[in-house]
Design a protein around this ligand. Structure first.
Ligand code: NAD
Ligand code: ZN
Length: 347
């Protein structure tokens, strides 16, 4: 095996990413080396491309970016057992510490020392990725590399959607980005009665309606109250999944909820944003912040649901060779796409 590879790198502290030659990572005794086949472009990668304030504060330069991937194990560290060469896999991109109270209690997703591949550590937009064996998630044969490459954002959707009991409930999702759309599919699969999804981007609402059995609502032109009446939702939505990061959407959600409703917040507002707390208090609403995926319960559940009829394949709208990454990023930035997947086989 050659000791050089191609990798999409934040090589300079300015807008853009650069496809460069980099050394193939050396693995430690508890790691595996993964030959990357497919990767997904995430909103986080767009922040890193744009080199916005968050990226400047967070991302070291140079750094190989990317954290959504599927591939195959090509080397095993000497302490690794239970995994085989040639095993197809995806993996958890949050590298956790083992010292915190939360980690030692098995609540790995709450470890405060978590570091992200492609954000703080070398990432997956490359021909090879080093990953702790602990983080590897083997892929069953029936899950394709394309779907394997979007399990990370699907995991965000699953973690959020399964935060509250959805069976027979009326669910409101604000934001029909890729994660909102996948959450809609999960809520439907998990037994919600009505799933309503809002956005201001009609292209994305049309995609949502193609991927999942949902009621799309363009809040720029349609009144959510009318939609509630049409669906015979008498009081309000039982469960809200906030997936836009937009203040207006959160306000609208709080208004549209039933007394005692439950809201899971995944969307990240750009900065501090005003919240009408008294409305939340008087409606006795429960709020839950969501970060990442539960390690590894979310992975278990999402793979089980994919094996049991959950279909999110329609959310992948574009595929490019990794060499054409610039086109992939432009497509993501246009807002006229779902997930964009890059293929690393022919680089
Ligand atoms: P995205 O930016 O592609 O989608 C957000 C959508 O919200 C867009 O389609 C946008 O048009 C829509 N929107 C804007 N204003 C709206 C309004 N007033 N009402 C309804 N919709 C509105 O994002 P994504 O990749 O699908 O991710 C969803 C959110 O989750 C983002 O905020 C992202 O930063 C966040 N996120 C959080 C975590 C976490 O661990 N907490 C992980 C991944 C992503
Ligand atoms: Zn992501």
């Amino acid at each position: 095996m050659t000791n050089e590879m191609r990798a999409l790198t934040k090589a300079h502290p300015r807008e853009g990413l650069w496809l460069q030659t980099a050394p193939v990572p050396e693995i430690g005794p508890d790691d595996v080396l993964i030959r990357v086949r497919k990767t997904g472009i995430c909103g986080t990668d767009i922040h890193i491309w744009n080199w916005d304030e968050w990226a400047q504060k967070t991302v070291p330069v140079p750094l190989i970016t990317g954290h959504e991937f599927a591939g195959e194990i090509v080397e095993l560290g000497r302490n690794v057992d239970g995994l085989d060469l040639g095993q197809r896999c995806s993996g958890e991109g949050h590298l956790i510490g083992r010292k915190s109270r939360q980690s030692r209690a098995g609540k790995f997703h709450l470890d405060p020392e978590t570091r992200g591949i492609g954000v703080n550590e070398q990432g997956a937009f490359a021909q090879f990725l080093r990953l702790p064996a602990f983080n590897v998630v083997p892929l069953p044969d029936e899950i394709s590399d394309d779907i394997g490459a979007i399990l990370d954002p699907l995991g965000n959707a699953v973690h959020t959607a399964l935060s509250f009991d959805l069976v027979g409930e009326d669910v409101l999702i604000t934001g029909a980005g890729p994660i909102g759309i996948m959450a809609a599919a999960v809520a439907r699969h998990a037994g919600a009665r009505n799933v309503v999804i809002t956005d201001v981007n009609q292209h994305r609402l049309d995609l949502a309606a193609k991927v999942a059995d949902v009621t799309p609502v363009n809040v720029a032109s349609d009144d959510l109250e009318d939609v509630k009446a049409r669906l015979h939702i008498k009081q309000g939505f039982d469960v809200g999944l906030e997936m836009s990061g937009n203040q207006v959407a959160l306000d609208q959600m709080v208004e549209a909820m039933v007394m005692g409703g439950r809201i899971a917040l995944l969307g990240i507002p750009p900065g501090k944003s005003p919240v009408d707390w008294s409305r939340i208090v008087f409606k006795a609403i429960t709020l839950k912040g969501i970060y990442g995926r539960e390690i590894f319960e979310t992975w278990y559940k999402m793979i089980a649901m994919l094996q049991n009829g959950l279909d999110v394949s329609g959310v992948i709208t574009h595929r490019f060779d990794a060499a054409d990454f610039a086109e992939g990023f432009a497509t993501m930035k246009s807002g006229q796409s779902g997930k964009v997947v890059l293929d690393w086989d022919n680089i």
